[in-house]
Design a protein around this ligand. Structure first.
Ligand SMILES: Cc1cc2nc3c(=O)[nH]c(=O)nc-3n(C[C@H](O)[C@H](O)[C@H](O)COP(=O)(O)O)c2cc1C
Length: 191
C-alpha cells in the first residue's frame, strides 16, 4: 500500500484551537496527521483530544525524554506539509524573526518553505490582525514563500465583529489537500 502523505499541524493559543478537530475530520481519510501544540494551545484543548483524533502521539514539548533524536528534526524530514492552525499573532511574529523556543516555533524553523509547503491559518482579534507588526510579519513570511489562508470576517469570540475568525475547517483542509495535489482524491486507507 503506498504511504500516505504526512501533515503536521502546529496548534497555537487561540480560542479557535477547538476547530482543529474539524480540520482533522476532513483530512484523515487522505493523509496521516501529527499534531504539535504550544503551551498556550494546551490551555484551550487537551493533547488527548488530538491523540484520539489522529492516532499519533501529540508533541507538547521539545523536551520529551523518550526521544533519542530531536523530534522536530525527524518530523521536519518526514512531513509533506506543515500547517499552523490556528496561528496566533505570536507564532507569526516568531516565524518572521526565526525565534524557536518551543516545539511549534522550532519545527517552523526546521522546515524550509522552499522545500515543503508551510501554511498559516491565522485567528485573532481584528486589531491584532490589523496591527502594523502583524501586517509586516505576514508580508515578510509571504515574501519568503509561506502561504496564508486569511481569517474571515464575522463575530469573534472576544465579542468583536470584524476580520480575525479562523477560516472554515473545510476550507483549510481543502487548501492542504490542494497543496498536496490530493484535491478530489479518493479516500486512502491508513497503512
Ligand atoms: C481567552 C484567550 C483567547 C486568545 N485568543 C487568541 C487568538 O485568537 N489569537 C491570538 O493571536 N492570540 C490569542 N490569545 C493570546 C495568545 O494565547 C497569547 O499571545 C499566547 O502567548 C500565544 O502563545 P503561542 O503563540 O505560543 O500559542 C488569546 C488569549 C486568551 C487568554
Amino acid at each position: 500500500m503506498p504511504k500516505r502523505p504526512l501533515v503536521v499541524i502546529g496548534v497555537t493559543g487561540s480560542i479557535a484551537a477547538f476547530k482543529v478537530g474539524n480540520v482533522l475530520t476532513h483530512l484523515r481519510d487522505h493523509v496521516d496527521v501529527v499534531v504539535a501544540m504550544t503551551q498556550a494551545a494546551q490551555q484551550f484543548v487537551g493533547a488527548q483530544t488530538f491523540l484520539a483524533l489522529t492516532g499519533n502521539p501529540v508533541i507538547t514539548s521539545l523536551w520529551e525524554p523518550s526521544h533519542t533524536k530531536p523530534k522536530h528534526i525527524d518530523l521536519a524530514d518526514e512531513l509533506d506539509l506543515l500547517l499552523i492552525a490556528p496561528a496566533t499573532a505570536n507564532i507569526i511574529a516568531k516565524a518572521a524573526t526565526g525565534i524557536c523556543d518551543d516545539a511549534v516555533s522550532t519545527l517552523l524553523v526546521s522546515v524550509l518553505p522552499s522545500e515543503k509547503p508551510v501554511l498559516f491559518a491565522p485567528a485573532m482579534n481584528t486589531r491584532m490582525w490589523q496591527h502594523p507588526a502583524t501586517r509586516a510579519n505576514c508580508e515578510t513570511l509571504a515574501a519568503r514563500g509561506y502561504k496564508f489562508i486569511d481569517p474571515e470576517s464575522g463575530d469573534l469570540a472576544c465579542g468583536w465583529q470584524g476580520q480575525g475568525r479562523l477560516a472554515e475547517p473545510q476550507v483549510i483542509a481543502q487548501s492542504v489537500l490542494k497543496l498536496l495535489n490530493l484535491a478530489g482524491a479518493k479516500k486512502r486507507k491508513k497503512a
